[in-house]
Design a protein around this ligand. Sequence first.
Ligand code: HEM
Ligand SMILES: *[C@@H]1O[C@H](CO)[C@@H](O)[C@H](O)[C@H]1NC(C)=O
Ligand SMILES: *[C@@H]1O[C@H](CO)[C@@H](O)[C@H](O)[C@H]1NC(C)=O
Ligand SMILES: *[C@@H]1O[C@H](CO)[C@@H](O)[C@H](O)[C@H]1NC(C)=O
Ligand SMILES: *[C@@H]1O[C@H](CO)[C@@H](O)[C@H](O)[C@H]1NC(C)=O
Length: 592
Amino acid sequence: MRSSILGSFCALLLLVREPACCGDEVTSGTVNPCCYLPCQHWGVCVWYAEDRYECDCTRTGYHGKNCTIPEFWPRVHDLLKPGPDTVHYILTHFSWLWDIINSTYLRDVLMRLVLTVRSNLIPSPPTYNSKYGYLSWESYYNLSYYTRILPPVPEDCPTPLGVKGKAGLPDPELLVEKLMKRRTFRPDPQGSNLMFAFFAQHFTHQFFKTYNRMGLGFTKALAHGVDAGHIYGDNLERQLHLRLLKDGKMKYQLIDGEMYPPSVAEAPIKMSYPPGTPPEDQFAIGQEVFGLLPGLGLYATLWLREHNRVCDILKAEHPSWDDEQLFQTTRLIIIGETIRIVIEEYVQHLSGYMLQLKFDPTLLFHAQFQYGNRIALEFSQLYHWHPLMPDSFHINGDELAYPQFLFNTSVLTHYGVDKLVDAFSRQVAGQVGGGYNVNPVVTPVAVRTIEESRHLRMQPFNEYRKRFNLKPYTSFREFADNEEIALTLEEFYGDIDALEFYPGMLLERTRPGAIFGESMVEMGAPFSLKGLLGNPICSPEYWKPSTFGGRVGFDIVNSATLKNLVCLNSRTCPYVAFRVPPEEQSVRTDEL
Ligand code: HEM
Ligand SMILES: *[C@@H]1O[C@H](CO)[C@@H](O)[C@H](O)[C@H]1NC(C)=O
Ligand SMILES: *[C@@H]1O[C@H](CO)[C@@H](O)[C@H](O)[C@H]1NC(C)=O
Ligand SMILES: *[C@@H]1O[C@H](CO)[C@@H](O)[C@H](O)[C@H]1NC(C)=O
Ligand SMILES: *[C@@H]1O[C@H](CO)[C@@H](O)[C@H](O)[C@H]1NC(C)=O
């Protein structure tokens, strides 16, 4: 039994994807001049012939052959602008200052600034994708592609990353083995717990759904954002199987008098379970892979209960409404609740900011902001936070190893929602940045992430640093504080400008006391906030009580918290948070 579970987990890892390309072929003759990645400050490289190229510097604030000469105001701006580490320091210190700001209009002013400055880094409408390194209608229109912030490295360049670095890249297995694989568990110094980790995975897998059968760079989640497709399914047929089609509700089953997702016998949809798992033992959930982990089943259960709870409230408010209107309106409420919890608790926790973050779409009503979103390959890559996963799971006095945990549906029903929430809220997650912290069970995922980025020819880490207004690193020593990481990378890549995107994200020095390094935050936050506020429910036409069934529904959105999600949908009201309780964290850190 155990081996079959592990076997099919490995099969999941090995789902057909082509091997990474090698790039040790160095072509003779002329080199595409765009291989030099010459255009700075968001300039666009256009190849004409042989070594003739042009950088289009339109509206970059720079000019010259490579868009390197600043116009007057951008230069002044650059001189006055504090660096991201300074801003981060201010936002995470001076609690007395923030105590004042939080309760004045300055909170709104700063929140608006955070939203606009971050969102402005994301092109909207979207631009490139993995096939089109230039603007094209196909790239704009075909939603099956993830978009890309930077175009792929041109084909036939002297080295895999353009012109920098060695002709061959390090073996991804070796790279992961030497620098990413966990030695001993290192807890997140910000105290993130497993409730946080599973929320991250659950929430993001509504919009990260790489479509392996179509190839790398494609997605199955065509809504490109927070659509709650992980609850309702990513297509109408699946949704209809999951719905009760009465009072707006979703199908469910009762176990020991408590509500859980229905079984696949009751809602006949495809779920990814090990072959031979009887349909009665498979949970039917919007996202097909959520049978993998009890933590995902837990959130599926909480949101299912929340959906059906909200349906009851709406029906009481609107006795005249039919099933369809109750369902559709509840779905918008669920989306609104999700966005609020993500901004005000999840991002608040991750950021460590003392500015109290606020989900208030009206902040952007008079700013320049495009509603809409397209999920980017780079966002998917950087969100591979597998170091969060612990070495085993501590639940109600038991310790469960991975083989007992993965694909085991009875963990959820055996302990029940209340005990799992309590357990996951008390167990600390791993630090994501800094290297050496990926449990061996998930190292194959890290390997495949690197293979994916090579296959899709992602530009070097330093190019992304520049694209997000960060200074490119000048040496591996500056990049990593761990000497072994710096030396090994130097040996592997030869040139800091040839360091790849994902290793850059995971191995960069972390900020003091933080879960991540600078790049993860400064590149991740723009994608995240753009996706959250770009949702249609945040637009002026939607953001009003009637959209959510009136005052009562709007109030549910506006009062949503993780605690309400759990405590309005469980028997007891267990300890629930995105971080371990303060006492237990200090005990844990002292042990190490
Ligand atoms: C024990 C826990 C976990 C296991 C066994 C696991 C396993 C996997 C597997 C098998 C894949 C597909 C890999 C591939 O096809 O290349 C994957 C993808 C991914 N995982 Fe995890 N994972 C776990 C936890 C997490 C967590 C906590 C996060 C946090 C955000 C996360 C984020 C992702 C992302 C963003 C992807 C890419 C999804 C896509 O593009 O479709 N995973 N993981
Ligand atoms: C522009 O970039 C190319 C490639 O990096 C470099 O060789 C060239 O000297 C640069 N030209 C100017 C005017 O900066
Ligand atoms: C301001 O917000 C931070 C972060 O949420 C919090 O720690 C602090 O207590 C808040 N202060 C006030 C006065 O609300
Ligand atoms: C999107 O592009 C892929 C790859 O070219 C193609 O197979 C698919 O049919 C396109 N989708 C649409 C809706 O045109
Ligand atoms: C699944 O979980 C249950 C409850 O924790 C446990 O009793 C059982 O041994 C687990 N199954 C496997 C195959 O490990």
